[in-house]
Design a protein around this ligand. Structure first.
Ligand code: NAP
Length: 448
């Protein structure tokens, strides 16, 4: 075993050397490969085939210029990315993020996570991620359209329903997907519905896709709670963020009888002791594209804390649903001290490595993002199925499928963790289940 650990350490050092300055990517790689020693011991063929080394190297990385004109006629230049990380299990699949913080290291961390998340769904999809350092906030619809058209004018040549199928992520919702799909259709002269997911249900989108990541995360936490003889009923929860994932996380918690007392955006935190009013939040965020600060204007008993730390608010269930590294060691300790018993990551890698250690040492139920938020991409794969068969499923049927998938992801992670001697550790369970699935396909395909 010490030899295997040493080998893994060497692989990690090589990743850091070959990908300088990409801290988030290094963090994501470390978090996965440091749990794989027992797998290499049980299946030495994976080491012979250099599966870990190969998985850490993207199959293809595309970086491109995105020029566009703003409403004043001024030319703007952004940088676009698509990292096609691994296609062992199916066409590349993963969202597109528009946020000023996007650079290659962010796209690679997200693409790397996506390989394992997609494998966990049990559906035939490989891993990828894309984006641009474009900030849609404060931009007019026309500006967003021109940007999306320029972005797709380059990206389209790398996509296809059997090649690479993007979806939304931070800053990319159904408006942006619509503009990108329109440009793809125009440039290819093909109505290839299955080339993008997260489409509006009026033109090929799946019902439940909008809700899927949030609902799925809550289903995953519900399963973790059930193992402990608990449920959401009557429990106080907090949900960071107020975007797509956060809103539908709040909705499902409320449907299951829980109370959500706080949410946030990058400006601050809303604390509403009697429970977040979802109708107000949806209108502010989905229709009017405003800030959570405005929520307190409409609900006088709610408190707005500018720049506040949401994790200081006492709760039993915490659902980080905004962005990476938003929950550090100190915040994790605060949550545990305040009586938090479960954490489900709607966002990707929202908890820092120190925060994860705190949760695992405290023995609370901790659902890492690649398992807990896999419902979004799983429902994207269900959208692809509907597009391929020219079919449209009902909301109820699609949600039932999502629920079954989340239960199955939970079951497989839970059982694998126990099999490898770490019962209740979903980090180990999720990493090992997904790694084995990808590794088996890679071994079968030979050295490619
Ligand atoms: P979204 O609709 O754009 O919402 C993002 C939310 O997070 C907003 O409230 C935003 O606040 C906040 N946020 C973003 N960057 C932040 C930062 N640096 N500091 C503080 N708050 C920040 O995006 P989303 O689709 O809900 O995605 C949220 C997370 O879930 C991301 O980690 C994403 O990768 C992950 N995820 C999404 C999906 C999906 O289906 N959409 C699937 C799996 C995982 P502002 O408006 O102030 O920026």
């Amino acid at each position: 075993m010490p030899q295997i650990l040493q080998k893994i350490e060497q692989i990690y050092e090589q990743v850091v050397r070959r990908n300088p300055g990409e801290a988030e990517f290094h963090q994501a790689v470390k978090e996965v490969i440091e749990t794989l020693a027992p797998v290499l011991r049980k299946y030495p063929q994976y080491a012979e085939h250099k599966i870990i080394e190969r998985i850490c190297e993207p199959e293809r990385q595309i970086i491109f210029r995105v020029p566009w004109q703003d409403d004043r006629g001024e030319v703007q230049i952004n940088r676009g990315f698509r990292v096609q990380f691994n296609s062992a299990l199916g066409p590349y699949k993963g969202g597109i993020r528009f946020h000023p913080s996007v650079y290659l290291g962010i796209v690679k961390f997200l693409g790397f996570e996506q390989i394992f998340k997609n494998a966990l769904t049990g559906l035939p999809i490989g891993g990828a991620k894309g984006g641009a350092d474009f900030d849609p906030k404060g931009r007019s619809d026309d500006e967003v359209m021109r940007f999306c058209q320029s972005f797709m004018t380059e990206l389209y040549r790398h996509l296809g329903e059997y090649t690479d199928v993007p979806a939304g992520d931070i800053g990319v919702g159904s408006r942006e997907i619509g503009y990108m799909f329109g440009q793809y259709k125009r440039m290819t002269n093909r109505y290839e519905s299955g080339v993008l997911t997260g489409k509006n249900p009026h033109w090929g989108g799946a019902l439940v896709r909008r809700e899927a990541t949030g609902y799925g995360s809550v289903y995953f936490v519900d399963e973790m709670l059930k193992v402990r003889g608990q449920s959401f009923e009557g429990k106080v929860s907090i949900v960071s963020g107020s975007g797509n994932v956060a809103i539908y996380t709040i909705e499902k918690i409320q449907q299951l009888g829980g109370k959500v007392v706080a949410c946030s955006d990058s400006g601050g935190v809303i604390y509403h002791k009697s429970g977040i009013n979802l109708e107000t939040l949806k209108r502010l965020k989905e229709v009017e594209r405003r800030r959570v600060a405005d929520y307190a204007e409409e609900h006088r008993d709610a408190q707005y804390i500018p720049g506040g730390n949401i994790w200081e608010i006492p709760c039993q269930v915490a659902m980080p649903s905004a962005t990476q590294n938003e929950l550090d060691g100190a915040s994790a300790r605060r949550l545990v001290a305040n009586g938090c018993i479960a954490v489900g990551e709607g966002a990707n890698m929202p908890t820092t490595p120190e925060g994860v250690r705190v949760f695992l040492e405290a023995g609370i139920a901790y659902g890492p993002g690649k398992a807990a938020n896999a419902g979004g991409v799983a429902t994207s794969a269900l959208e692809m199925q509907q597009n391929a068969s020219r079919d449209a499923w009902t909301f109820e049927y699609t949600e039932r499928r999502l629920h079954e998938i989340m239960k199955e992801i939970h079951r497989s992670c839970y059982e694998m963790a126990a099999e490898f001697g770490s019962p209740g550790n979903y980090v180990i369970g999720a990493n090992i289940v997904s790694f084995i699935r990808v590794a088996e396909a890679m071994v079968a395909f030979g050295v490619i």
